[in-house]
Design a protein around this ligand. Sequence first.
Ligand code: CA
Ligand code: CA
Ligand code: CA
Ligand code: CA
Length: 278
Amino acid sequence: MRLLKIAIRQSAVAWIGPKTLVQERFRAGCRWLLTLGMLVSVVMPAGVGYATPTFLGPSTPYLSFADSPFAGQSFSYFHLEDLEDGLLNTPGLSASNHLVVSRTLTNSQNVDSVDADDGSIDGSGLHGHSMWVPAPSEPNITLTFDDGVLGTLPTHVGVVWTDGLNQVEFEAFDELGFSLGTLNASPADGNFVGGTSEDTFFGVIHSGGVSSIKVTSGIGNVASGIELDHVQYGYASTVPEPATYAMAALALLGLGGVGLRRRRQSQSEVQQKNQLIA
Ligand SMILES: [Ca+2]
Ligand SMILES: [Ca+2]
Ligand SMILES: [Ca+2]
Ligand SMILES: [Ca+2]
């Protein structure tokens, strides 16, 4: 009877053994694919390739650069034109039509700077500097970025509308000059003496680069002027650095080694069981 039990047990192990090895290999394969998927999702950011542009804003009020969605981000280069030196002169930036105005520079009444630029967030932008495009017609201004100067077109671009009439439209253009889309808002408060509670940020992020932006104010109002400030633009790569690829490759090799050791361990355990039973 005892010999019969041993014979049955040996037969069962002989059958269960290979099945267990297959299951173990299957589980190891699943773990490998799952880990690979997780690793790829971590290493490859969502913005790889020329992703759909992301528009930011309109957001109100913008009272200082701290209100910019780009504040605190890391860039390969970044420029903020606040016009406080009386010039539009940050690298690689040009404007189709504008005057830089201030009460001290031009004795202009058409000043509406970002609030903080005069040293105090006090609800007034009258004592800073801003950019003005006068009426008549429906004022618009195109701001163009020069990749010959910058090295590469900015991926992050923004501007602050500080005064004018409704409706306001922000449009961005890709590296070939095709429109990436528009934002529309009606922030104007009907006050034209430097109030800042209406000041509105418009921006765009595009991994393929932004060649220009256009801001139009007073659509449908032929007597509108437009005032802008804080043109801001920077480049941030969304493509993983070579070092990241190297780390990912090392991680994959390490995981492959772990999987191989586990498979060898499983095979060894089955062989040991068979030897014990035999
Ligand atoms: Ca102020
Ligand atoms: Ca300013
Ligand atoms: Ca304003
Ligand atoms: Ca106003």
